[in-house]
Design a protein around this ligand. Sequence first.
Ligand SMILES: [Zn+2]
Length: 309
Amino acid sequence: MQGFNKYYPPDYDGEKHGSLNAYRGKHALGDRARKLDQGILITRFELPFNIWCGTCNNHIGMGVRYNAEKKKIGNYYSTPIFSFRCKCHLCDGWFEIQTDPKNTRYVVTSGARQKDEDWDPEENGGFAVHDTEGSAAPVDPLVALEKSTDAQNHQTKVQVPRLESLMDVSERYNSDPYSLSLKVRKQFRDDKKVRKEKEKADTVVKDRYSLPTTLNLVEEDEASIKEAKEQWQKGRKEISRESKRRKLTFEPKSSVIPISSRSSSTSKASSTAVDSLRARVLSNTAARRPRPSSSASASKGKHLVIHGG
Ligand SMILES: [Zn+2]
């Protein structure tokens, strides 16, 4: 039995024995390695399908496990092919199962019969699965030539020029990074200058009209200038119209107010207004004068007018 613990006996010499297993004369895999000199390792092998034993003709179910002799018997390309030799548990017969890397499955090679239970789509109402490797019929040499010529043409006419143009572009962008950077930075500086000037002008406008600093002013171009002008003229017209309307509505009042409030204005407009008012009041008072009990308002008006004049 191989050593399982780390107990090193007193007569153990590392130089001489190398390992504990060697000291005991055992393989690390123990009894399973007893046929290793024949290239056989004993492994646990589980039947991947149902079989009938060839010797006793008993049915052995899928999943039954055996201590099988595993042996490498060849290669499929670089993949090893193993055989598993098992002894029937119902009789003393041996059977052998091999791996089949090409079809990724197992095959019974001797001593038993495999129960054929592979799924057949065609039998079950599906479509048959055909071999994807293609037929082994000889290839038409002319067709093959045409194919290879097409491939070559595609390479020389499409792929190579494309690759070259890509390389050209790459070369152009990577040959002189200094001058490219210079160009870009110069442009950036110019742009920055313009931007700074615009910001300065905007700040002046914002300061003048107490606009919030976060407000974005519209970019000045011909269209916006024209629009602003139109808006301005429209606003002006509206204001003048409004003032005219107000003048018309409040004219009598406005002509009285400056007089009663003893306006000191000496403008021509107000003096003409006063003159007209005086004429009106005088005519009124003249009309009412014959009456002895003249109204207080009229006399008051007269008095006012006299003072006003
Ligand atoms: Zn058997």
